[in-house]
Design a protein around this ligand. Structure first.
Ligand SMILES: O=S(=O)([O-])[S-]
Length: 118
């Protein structure tokens, strides 16, 4: 079963400096909505290459966060959980044992956090 976080857990993880949240939507989607707060943006098709081939320095420079190790808690998020689940499974198979995903995705985050902001 895919490792998941729900909305409440995501809110906690957004405050956790050692967790890496990755918004894997396409650049066009991000420019429409903005990326998930606390996340870095890597489009789905680039994630594997970036995780496997970037040096620690390149990763830090481009994303402003330490490059994840296979033990880093990672949370993938997309629009509504399909792509993030597939990404979670791919990265878990590659040895990222703490790869999680947020099934609610942007749509749930936006809906729930609209209420909180008011
Ligand atoms: O974002 S999605 O892959 O669930 S449509």
């Amino acid at each position: 079963m895919a490792l998941e976080v729900n909305y409440e857990q995501l809110l906690e993880e957004q405050k956790e400096p050692n967790t890496l949240i990755v918004d894997i939507r396409e650049p066009s989607e991000i420019s429409e909505t903005g990326a998930l707060p606390g996340s870095i943006h890597i489009p789905m098709g680039d994630v594997r290459n970036v995780f496997e081939n970037f040096s620690e320095e390149e990763f830090q420079e481009k994303y402003g966060k330490p490059k994840p190790t296979t033990d880093t808690k990672i949370i993938f998020s997309c629009r509504s959980g399909k792509r993030s689940m597939s990404m979670q499974q791919t990265m878990q198979k590659l040895g990222y044992t703490q790869a999680h995903h947020y099934p609610g995705g942007w749509l749930e985050w936006e809906e729930k956090s609209a209420g909180r902001r008011k």
